[in-house]
Each structure stands twice: as C-alpha cells, then as structure tokens.
Design a protein around this ligand. Structure first.
Ligand code: IMP
Ligand code: MG
Length: 188
C-alpha cells in the first residue's frame, strides 16, 4: 500500500513542472462550473463539444458535475503555420458526427490563448445554424489575446506562462498530470 502510494506520487511529481493550480482547486472549480451549466441549460439538452485532445480531461470531469441531460461530441482542429495563424483560419481534422442545427452548443476548451482558434470555431458552429453557441474554458491566458472571444464560463485566469497537465501537453507529454503546472524549461 505504502509502496504503491509512493509510486503514484513519484509518477505525478515532475521535477520539471511547478504546480500552478492544484487538483483540489480544479475539482472545486469544476463543481461550480457544472452547477452553473446545469442551472443555465436545464431542459435544453445542450451539446457539449470538446476540442481534442486538450479538453478531453476537462470535459469528462465537467459532464459529471452537470446533473442534467446533455450530449457530447468531439472536434479536432489544427491551426496552420505561424503566418497563416494570424488569419485565424484552422483546419478541421475530425468533424462532428451530428448536425448542430437547432441545438444549444457549449464548446469545451482547455485554454484560450490568442483566441484565434476559438473565434474561428465559434463562428463556424454558428454558421451551421446552432440555436446558441457558448464557450466554457478552463484557462484564460488573457495577456496573449489577439482576437476577442467571449468566455461564458471560465475556470481560471492565468499569467502568460506555458502550462501543462490536466489534458494540456508539451509535445504530447504531461497530459496525464492531475494538476496544472508551469513547464520550467520547455527545451529540456
Ligand atoms: P489559440 O487561443 O488559438 O492561441 O490556441 C489555443 C490552443 O493552443 C489551445 O487549445 C492549446 O491547444 C494550445 N495552447 C495554448 N497555450 C498553451 C499552453 O500554455 N500549454 C499547452 N497548450 C497551449
Ligand atoms: Mg486545444
């Protein structure tokens, strides 16, 4: 027992990651967000759309904190290279499996950074005839915003640091950390 506990701790204690938001803080915030969403969307059978891959951890905890009938979907998008990014254009790598016309859509995103990806995605979903399109984001790196994005439900505002954990990666690593941390040196 003690040994397996120690093993878990060492697996989730990365010397290259400094804790910014603890697992407990995330849990508490998601309890509040889930209650807000359940209250606002009661009787509307919302469709929660998670943006792969980063938002999958957040989405899976969030839906268990929102005690109302709802549906889930996933979309995968990739932004173009640095120059194309300023146009805000993104490529849809995996589209939704259902039509969104007439549905109340809640996009679930891990982090809003420049806002370019989200502003494109929200406009795209609105153009498909959704009844409403709103956004829930766990993190807001507001200092780097280039395009205004209305975050209807927000977890935490964070400083302009590269963060990992709880779904967020650096080169596909660290997604499984149960907390949000700052990568001390991304080149390592
Ligand atoms: P943007 O808002 O269009 O700049 O893009 C946001 C996306 O960039 C997020 O969905 C993340 O996938 C990624 N991203 C932005 N900042 C971070 C970070 O600090 N850590 C990990 N991924 C990030
Ligand atoms: Mg993302």
């Amino acid at each position: 027992m003690a040994t397996s506990q120690a093993k878990i701790m060492s697996e989730f204690t990365n010397p290259d990651v400094e804790v910014l938001i603890s697992a407990e803080q995330i849990k508490e915030k998601i309890r509040e967000l889930g209650a807000d969403i359940a209250r606002d969307y009661a009787g509307r059978n919302p469709l929660l759309i998670g943006v792969l891959k980063g938002a999958c951890t957040f989405l899976s905890d969030l839906i268990r904190a929102a005690d109302i009938p709802l549906g889930i979907e996933f979309i995968a998008i990739s932004s173009y290279g640095a120059e194309m990014r300023t146009s805000g254009e993104v490529r849809i790598l995996k589209d939704l499996d259902v039509a969104v016309a007439g549905r109340h859509i809640l996009v679930v995103e891990d982090i809003v950074d420049t806002g370019l990806t989200l502003s494109y995605l929200l406009a795209n979903l609105e153009s498909r005839g959704a009844a409403s399109v709103k956004l829930v984001a766990l993190l807001d790196k507001y200092e780097r915003r280039e395009k205004d994005v209305a975050i209807d439900y927000l977890g935490f505002k964070i400083p302009d640091k590269f963060v990992v954990g709880y779904g967020l990666d650096f080169a596909e690593r660290y997604r499984n950390l149960p907390f949000i941390g700052v990568l001390k040196d991304p080149t390592q």
